[in-house]
Design a protein around this ligand. Structure first.
Ligand code: SF4
Length: 373
């Protein structure tokens, strides 16, 4: 048995390290690129969302390299996500790529016994003992949380650093070094090393950067290829970026759903009251938390049903409550120049608005957008 799995933010990198440590034969997915999308477009239904197409592309490439079993997490829900793996299986089977599937549904859907049975089937034919597997998974979780935390801090601090490109470079360096590192402890040491590097970067005295909240569909939020490197673009513009959805959020959310009774779940209390699928409710709830930010950038892939609903809700918030939200929809066309121009214009608008509110006439004049009368 040779397992594979599709890309899903840092999860693919961490999972391949866990499997390597346990000696499970696997093929890690290649990073998302045009070829993965091209394959996905070729074999998927035309109107389906882009994350699905990337996943089809990832799995086909892995199949061609020798993988025969797919490991995949799933969370049931009323959007396609509830039938996601089923649909992936049908599409790949019909195209001649027949895998065995091990789908990790949450225990509250399939029951704890079945959940454990599926975990065990992932290690079929290996000598891995349960305690060793549990230790490696725990280390993998630590690594995921640490990677997300470092990335989140770096993005938030980017606007306060004299040279924001160094913050962007730091994130890239960490990912590259972790990729090259053979073991999980070594990867955690890399994170500690770069934490120090981050706090040594020179800061702008009394900096007050534009603060952006980045929300939207989870896959697009986590996969650089699917969002055209939006976080890097905002950081390079000198913004302080807070991202809502990352792997840590997903793990906490999924674990909470699995074990906590409905009344005790923290998220999704505000905004849309009915279930709309995906994490659309969580997106709106995050916007309504009223964090101290200047503007919101909401991203989604074309073909995403839940985020289309949240888009309408957010438009209502813009009109009625004055929220400043930029909606970006990522489609199959390559080329980031259009997105960058819109982000630049949005950040310019937020800067100017701040100047107007602060009565900073000198800066307003500098923007060339207002006569100093
Ligand atoms: S949330 Fe959107 S992008 Fe994600 S699976 Fe559902 S429809 Fe596709």
């Amino acid at each position: 048995m040779t397992v594979t799995f599709p890309n899903f933010g840092p999860a693919a990198l961490v999972l391949s390290k866990v499997l390597r440590e346990l000696g499970v034969s696997h093929i890690a997915p290649r990073p998302n690129d045009e070829e993965a999308l091209r394959l996905g477009i070729r074999f998927s239904p035309e109107e389906i969302c882009i994350p699905f197409k990337y996943m089809v592309g990832n799995l086909i490439k892995a199949y061609e390299e020798g993988a025969d079993t797919v490991l995949m997490a799933a969370t049931s829900g009323p959007c396609r996500l509830g039938e996601y793996c089923e649909l992936l299986k049908v599409v790949l089977d019909r195209s001649g790529y027949e895998f065995n599937w091990i789908v990790f549904e949450t225990p509250n859907v399939i029951g704890m016994r079945e959940f454990i049975r599926r975990i065990k089937s992932g290690f079929a034919g290996t000598e891995v003992k349960a305690h060793r597997a549990a230790t490696s998974v725990a280390k993998g979780l630590f690594l995921t949380f640490a990677m997300d935390r470092l990335k989140g801090r770096t993005e938030a601090l980017a606007g306060y650093i004299t040279t924001p490109y160094k913050a962007v470079r730091l994130i890239n360096d960490v990912e590259r070094e972790i990729e090259d590192c053979p073991d999980l402890w070594g990867s955690l040491r890399i994170i500690s090393k770069y934490k120090k590097v981050l706090y040594e970067l020179k800061r702008v005295p009394k900096a007050d950067p534009i603060r952006i909240l980045l929300v939207g569909e989870i896959y697009t939020s986590m996969e650089r290829e699917a969002n055209g490197g939006i976080e890097e673009t905002l950081m390079m513009m000198g913004c302080s970026v807070t991202k809502h959805m990352d792997m840590t959020w997903w793990i906490r959310h999924t674990a909470g759903e699995a074990v906590l009774p409905k009344a005790l779940r923290r998220n999704d209390r505000k905004g849309i009251i009915c279930e709309i699928g995906g994490y659309g409710k969580a997106t709106v709830s995050e916007i309504l938390k009223g964090k101290k930010i200047d503007g919101i950038v909401k991203i989604m892939p074309s073909g995403c049903m839940p985020e289309i609903v949240t888009k309408s809700y957010c438009e209502m918030l813009q009109e009625e409550k004055g929220y400043r939200i930029l909606h970006l929809i990522y489609d199959e066309m390559s080329g980031n120049a259009g997105y960058e121009t819109r982000l630049e214009a949005f950040v310019d608008m937020l800067e100017r608005r701040r100047d107007v509110l602060a009565g900073n006439r000198h800066r307003i004049h500098k923007h060339g957008l207002c006569n100093d009368r």
